[in-house]
Design a protein around this ligand. Structure first.
Ligand code: ADE
Ligand code: ZN
Ligand code: ZN
Length: 299
C-alpha cells in the first residue's frame, strides 16, 4: 500500500479511537455496519480482509470504515465525493440506474451504486487471479466498498436532487437547529445511544446483533440474496432507500419543523434495520467475492 495512504489511515485510526464515544451514520453508523458485517464473514473473507487491511494493532475493518468520509474533502480525493450518494429527480420516489447514477457533469456511473459495482469488480479481478489484471489498489477498494455499502443503506443517500438528499432542509432536532440529512446520518443514532444504550456504541451493536439472531432471523436470508448470480446488488438497496426516504425521512419534515419524540420513535426502527441490512449485505457481498475460485489457478 502506498506510504501516504498508510499514514492517512493510521491518522484516521488514531482519531477514530481517541474520539470514539465523544463523536457520534457518521462514524458510528459506519462502524456499526462494518462491525455487524464482521460477524458474518466466512473464512476466505476473514483471510482476505486481514491481508488487505493496513497493519495496525488489533485493527479490524470497522476501524477503517469511515476513512472515505475523512478524505473526501482533500483535493487529491475530491473525485470520490460524488460517490457517497445518488439523487433522484424532484419528488421521484423511485430510483433508476441509467437515469440517476451520474455526477453533476452527467458522467455515467459516478454515484454510490456505480462505485459499489466498480469496487466489487476490482476485488473480483484479484480473486479471479487473472494473468493480465490491471493492478488496482485493493486495500482502497475494500475500504471504499465497505463504506459505500453503508451509505447506500442510509435512506437520504438516495434522496432528491433538489434538496441534496435533505441537506438543504433546515429543521430542529429537539432544541437544536440542523438539517434533515444530518438527522439521518447522526442525530437519530446519537439520541438512541443516549436514550437506550447509556451512550455506549458497543451496547447498541450488541442489541442489533441480538435482533439479527431473533426478530430478524427469518428475514436475513432474503437480505443476503442477490439475483442473477450477481456479486453485488446496489440497485436494489438504492430503490429501498428512496422508498424509505419518501415514506419516513421526508414525511412530516418540511423546512422549519421541530422533530421530536414522535419522529424519533417512529424512525428509529427504520435506522436500526438499515444498519443491520447494510452489515449483512456487506458480509454477503465480500463472501461472494472472496469465495470466487481463481479461474486460472495452476497456470
Ligand atoms: N451528501 C452531499 N450531497 C448529497 C446529495 N446531493 N445527496 C445525498 N447526500 C449528499
Ligand atoms: Zn460517505
Ligand atoms: Zn450522509
Amino acid at each position: 500500500m502506498r506510504m501516504y495512504l498508510r499514514l492517512l489511515v493510521a491518522t484516521v485510526l488514531v482519531f477514530t479511537q481517541l474520539l470514539h464515544g465523544a463523536l457520534s451514520w457518521g462514524k458510528d453508523g459506519h462502524y456499526t455496519v462494518c462491525k455487524i458485517a464482521e460477524g458474518y464473514f466466512e473464512d476466505d473473507t476473514i483471510a482476505a480482509v486481514k491481508k488487505l487491511l493496513p497493519e495496525s494493532p488489533d485493527g479490524d475493518l470497522a476501524d477503517f470504515c469511515s476513512w472515505p468520509d475523512e478524505i473526501k474533502k482533500l483535493s487529491q480525493w475530491q473525485w470520490t465525493s460524488n460517490l457517497h450518494y445518488v439523487n433522484t429527480p424532484k419528488d421521484r420516489c423511485n430510483y433508476e440506474y441509467c437515469r440517476d447514477c451520474h455526477d453533476t457533469h452527467k458522467h455515467k456511473g459516478w454515484c454510490v451504486t456505480g462505485a459499489i459495482f466498480n469496487y466489487t469488480k476490482q476485488l473480483m479481478s484479484a480473486s479471479e487471479n487473472s494473468q493480465n489484471i490491471v493492478h488496482y489498489n485493493l486495500t482502497e477498494a475494500l475500504l471504499f466498498l465497505s463504506h459505500y455499502m453503508g451509505d447506500v443503506h442510509q435512506p437520504l443517500h438516495t434522496g432528491f436532487l433538489g434538496d441534496l438528499g435533505g441537506n438543504t432542509i433546515i429543521v430542529n432536532w429537539y432544541h437544536n437547529e440542523t438539517n434533515l440529512h444530518h438527522v439521518w446520518d447522526n442525530m437519530i443514532i446519537d439520541s438512541a445511544l443516549e436514550t437506550y444504550y447509556n451512550s455506549s456504541l458497543p451496547r447498541m451493536i450488541q442489541a442489533l446483533q441480538a435482533k439479527l439472531k431473533n426478530g430478524w432471523s427469518n428475514d436475513v436470508p432474503s437480505w443476503k440474496s442477490c439475483h442473477f448470480h450477481q456479486k453485488a446488488c446496489p440497485n436494489l438497496y438504492a430503490s429501498e432507500s428512496i422508498d424509505l426516504a419518501c415514506k419516513y425521512a421526508y414525511r412530516n419534515a418540511t423546512p422549519g419543523t421541530t422533530l421530536g419524540d414522535e419522529y424519533f420513535l417512529s424512525r428509529l426502527p427504520v435506522v436500526e434495520k438499515r444498519l443491520a441490512q447494510g452489515g449483512i449485505r456487506l458480509a454477503a457481498t465480500l463472501n461472494r467475492i472472496f469465495s470466487a475460485k481463481p479461474k486460472l489457478a495452476g497456470l
